[in-house]
Design a protein around this ligand. Structure first.
Ligand code: ATP
Ligand code: MG
Length: 551
């Protein structure tokens, strides 16, 4: 019996029923990425689902690399995937597993099927094979090699394996049914010749198994009970079951499909993401505009936000497109709850407080977070010269107090966590641009109301001019201008947003941000959520990425 009160998605229901009927003793799932690219937000849904099911039902989830095709696979991807899954907060049973560890076993099972008269070496080339396969409306034709003796196929398979046969001239095919309405069942390929080094097995193999011949058998070897994949594999399920029922496997896994996660204004396909990287439209797989796990991490999105978003999604039998705003909701909620507050002035305007003693410095204290006592408080140096944002000052005295809750010439405003100040005079350069404001502060107003008659318009952020740090801010917008960049005619690259990155140089941030570490999140008050970018920051210039704007 399980302690699940109300199974909420169809896979949970299936598992509950399997456990209740003792069809399954311990639930084993797996997350099976091919190491041919970095993981993206779509994979996160699959990770949360598979690891989540294992957690919920006290089972285990394997991380298994489906490395059956050496062409595009690489150890760089293996390491990145391991890091990403860990960062998301999941742990797998034992060591990570690799399909390539099972190549020997798969080969024996291929020999077994040949011996059973259920597989044969075919010498049709790719073009002829396509021709013989038929179409959705037309049945296929049997290969002329279909009835060759098992001994001959076994010998040829061995030669293929040894590297004695040219690529493209032979394949091993399952002998199923060329007239099947399901094209996957028309004698599918089990092995192809690829004289190519593999990132783990080196030059040992000259043949590599197809996804269909490998996947279910990998599941069976690992004792996977519920093999959960995305909908595009639904038509492969009969083939998955054909192999699992025709081979002497140690266990019989079952495949279930759910809908892929797609999010608007982005693409979730490793091939397309790789193209963005290779063609340098972005600054690597972890560019903060990428929907990759590493990009989200570098942007400052928390693992908790990713998990909560994924858990909020329906696990359905249809593909859907989720609104980006839904993801952003979880990103903001988590950062609002957990990010330390800080002040950063994007477009600095200097104010000299003429009645504040020159050379004097006070250290004011501000809360790390309005309702999180556990976050350390901040030390804010205050002196005669401070910076505020240009947009927080106006000379227009007709602006209503309601509309413009900031500093107006001749009027008062409160500096967050500090004094009430007044703007007295404007200093311009030769071009007539405002370069400085001469103002004054109202003594004894830190944490205290100003004297009667002084009415600050609002509260603005600021930093000490003599004691702050310089930084650049990277502001990100959607990578694409179209909600469905890969729909319709033309390339998804036609819809790249030329304004997806805006760099604001020479911002002034409060002193404490000099201690920021890469990836640590902050709310820059009144501006947005930011985190330090470890890649672009240097000893003399810190760079912060904007994770997301405030609401
Ligand atoms: P892509 O199309 O981006 O290359 P893939 O399916 O080829 O993705 P795999 O490495 O084979 O990538 O995927 C590993 C697992 O993640 C598979 O079980 C796959 O079904 C799942 N997965 C991939 N993309 C998504 C997605 N967008 N939504 C949910 N699950 C996904
Ligand atoms: Mg794939």
């Amino acid at each position: 019996m399980t302690d699940i009160e109300k199974p909420s998605n169809f896979i949970q229901q299936i598992i509950s029923a399997d456990l209740d009927a003792n069809r399954v003793e311990t639930v084993v799932t797996r997350f099976p990425p091919e190491p041919n690219g970095y993981l993206h937000i779509g994979h996160a849904k699959s990770i949360c689902l598979n690891f989540g099911l294992a957690e919920q039902f006290n089972g285990a989830c394997n991380l298994r690399f489906d490395d059956t095709n050496p062409e595009k696979e690489d150890d760089e991807y293996v390491q990145a995937i391991i890091e990403d899954v860990k960062w998301l907060g999941f742990d797998w049973a034992d060591e990570p597993k690799f399909a390539s560890d099972y190549f020997g076993q798969l080969y024996s099972w291929a020999q077994y099927l040949i011996g059973e008269g259920k597989a044969y070496i075919c010498e049709l080339n790719a073009e002829d094979m396509r021709e013989y396969r038929g179409t959705l409306t037309e049945v296929g034709k049997n290969s002329p090699y279909r009835e060759r003796p098992a001994e001959e196929s076994l010998a040829l398979l061995e030669q293929m394996k040894q590297g004695a046969v040219d690529e493209g001239t032979m394949t091993l095919r399952a002998k199923i049914d060329m007239a099947s309405p399901n094209i996957n069942m028309r004698d599918p390929v089990m092995y192809r010749i690829k004289k190519m080094a593999h990132h783990r097995t080196g030059d040992t193999w000259n043949i590599y198994p197809s996804y269909d011949f490998a996947h279910g058998q990998e599941d069976a070897i690992e004792g996977v009970t519920h093999s959960v994949c995305t909908l595009e594999f639904a038509a492969n399920r009969p083939l998955y079951e054909w192999f699992t029922s025709n081979l002497p496997l140690p266990s019989v896994p079952r495949q279930y499909e759910f809908g892929r996660l797609n999010i608007n204004y982005t693409v979730t396909s490793k091939r397309k993401l790789k193209q963005l990287v290779d063609e340098k439209h972005v600054d690597g797989w972890d560019d903060p505009r990428m929907p990759t796990i590493s990009g989200l991490r570098r942007r400052g999105v928390t693992a908790a936000a990713v998990r909560e978003f994924c858990d909020s999604l329906a696990v359905a039998k249809t593909d859907g497109v989720v609104d980006l705003a839904q993801f952003e909701h979880f990103i903001r909620t988590d950062l609002n709850d957990n990010a330390s507050r800080a002040m950063c002035v994007l477009n600095p305007l200097k104010i000299t407080l003429s009645n504040y003693e020159a050379g004097k410095e006070e250290i004011l204290t501000a809360a790390g977070h309005p309702n999180r006592d556990d976050l350390p408080s901040r030390q804010l140096p205050f002196g005669r010269e401070i910076y505020i944002d240009q947009s927080d000052f106006s000379e227009d005295t007709t602006l209503s107090r309601k509309k413009f809750k900031r500093l107006v010439i001749g009027e008062y405003v409160r500096l967050r966590g500090a004094y009430v100040i007044r703007a007295d005079e404007v200093i311009r350069d030769d071009a007539g641009e405002i370069v400085e404001i001469i103002g004054s502060y109202v003594p004894d107003t830190v944490g205290e109301n100003p004297p009667e008659g002084i009415r600050p318009r609002g509260v603005i952020h600021w930093v000490s001019a003599s004691n702050c740090i310089d930084c650049d801010l990277y502001l990100y917008e959607n990578l694409f201008t179209e909600a469905a960049p890969d729909a319709g005619e033309g390339s998804f690259l036609d819809h790249l947003n030329p304004q997806s990155l805006q760099i604001i140089k020479n911002c002034k941030a409060e002193l404490g941000l000099g201690e920021a570490v890469a990836g640590q999140q902050y709310q820059f008050e009144r501006e947005g959520y930011y985190c330090l970018d470890g890649k672009h920051s240097s000893a003399d210039k810190l760079v912060f990425n904007r994770t997301i704007a405030l609401r």
